[in-house]
Design a protein around this ligand. Structure first.
Ligand code: NAD
Ligand code: UDP
Length: 325
């Protein structure tokens, strides 16, 4: 039986990847330090013999007994609210964490896929963003802790590939949403839906003319799965090219939820990218992949999920307390 290590297993993307690899018949080792994740996301896997969980910070040395065939490195704070609150941990997991997992992959002779991001393009001057674009990132701005950690991640991954012949894959993930996102993680999908459910106005940052392109989780997982089993070692964009302005998006959420509240405008955070849309030509050609779930279908599913959460979860507006970390 093939064995796979998934870091960030208790998070949004990591938990869905655990489900997929369990369904495909793998032995799955989930690893997480729970800094932004929640064991609730993988509680259903604990009774399975083919699943094990290691509570561990991957920015410190990672050791596993026995053979290992694959590693998916998804551990990292991912929402701007989170990585601004824990900037040093974010830099460490993208750099030291990636180094540790590349070392483990080398020792075990395992294939490793690392989770990069559209943030490597920064506030892009090329639109839509293709993989050849080098990006427009401020190393010293507030988002630099995330963007530069991910750029370093890509760089060290390619160095291990070229220098040690390590079998590597790099996915550049564009905004992805779905069930198990934290309602209070500050990303725009849970933010707007939480506001609608609590009867609050929807907070559009800036004038709402900035754009994003939202990918449903099942499509994202399928793209990552195909990339892992392809032979392609350069970065590949995985995302849904269907672009919207944030103001249009707020109007869609108002229509979907039927809230009587309105949009209010609040200041735009520094370095918030003005436009983002993936060019997925490579994913189409190399992986035969393209997204299947429309935004209206996907948003309905995630809204039903948020509606099913307890009143207590819904009221947890304040962001997680990271003061002890
Ligand atoms: P998430 O916060 O839900 O999950 C991240 C998980 O990593 C959490 O469970 C957290 O506890 C864990 N983690 C963080 N630091 C760790 C450490 N040092 N050791 C062990 N575990 C640690 O975020 P997500 O949206 O699921 O993102 C997962 C990955 O995908 C991240 O690498 C992120 O950069 C990448 N990504 C996500 C998106 C998106 O739209 N969701 C977009 C681009 C890239
Ligand atoms: N945004 C917003 N209101 C919110 C949260 C986010 O207008 O309550 C905007 C944010 O400024 C950005 C977009 O929505 O332009 C997507 O933000 P998110 O934090 O989800 O991800 P990003 O793509 O910026 O990393």
């Amino acid at each position: 039986m093939k064995k796979i290590l998934i870091t960030g297993a208790a998070g949004f993307l990591g938990s869905h990847l655990c489900d997929r690899f369990i369904a495909e018949g793998f032995h799955v080792i989930g690893m997480d330090n729970l800094i932004t994740g929640d064991l609730k996301n993988i509680a259903h896997l604990f009774p399975l013999e083919r699943f094990e969980f290691h509570h561990h910070d991957v920015s410190t040395f990672v050791h596993l007994e026995g053979k290992l065939d694959y590693i998916l490195h998804f551990a990292s704070p991912a929402s701007p609210i989170d990585y601004l609150k824990i900037p040093i941990e974010t830099l460490k997991v993208g750099s030291l964490g990636t180094l540790n997992l590349l070392g483990l992959a080398k020792e075990k002779n395992a294939r490793i896929l690392v989770a990069s991001t559209s943030e490597v393009y920064g506030d892009p001057l090329v639109h839509p963003q293709n993989e050849e674009y080098y990006g427009n990132v401020s190393p010293i701005g507030p988002r630099g802790v995330y963007d530069e950690a991910k750029r370093f991640m890509e760089s060290i991954t390619m160095a291990y590939h070229r220098h040690h012949g390590l079998d590597t894959r790099i996915v550049r993930i564009f905004n992805t949403y779905g069930p198990r996102m934290r309602l209070n993680d500050g990303r725009v999908v849970p933010a707007f839906m939480g506001q609608a459910l609590r009867g609050e106005d929807l907070t559009v940052f800036g004038d709402g003319s900035q754009t994003r392109s939202f990918c449903y989780i099942d499509d994202q997982v399928e793209g990552i799965y195909r990339l892992l089993f392809s032979d392609y070692t350069d970065p590949v964009n995985i995302g849904n090219p269907h672009e919207t302005t944030i103001k249009q998006f707020a109007d869609e959420i108002i229509a979907l939820t039927g809230t009587k509240q309105k949009v209010i405008y609040v200041p735009l955070p520094k370095d918030d990218p003005t436009q983002r849309q993936p060019d997925i030509t490579k994913a189409k050609e190399i992986l035969g992949w393209e997204p299947k779930v429309s935004r209206s279908e996907g948003l309905k599913i995630v809204y039903d999920y948020f509606k099913s959460l307890s009143k207590e979860d819904l009221q947890k507006k304040e962001h997680r307390d990271f003061s002890s970390k």
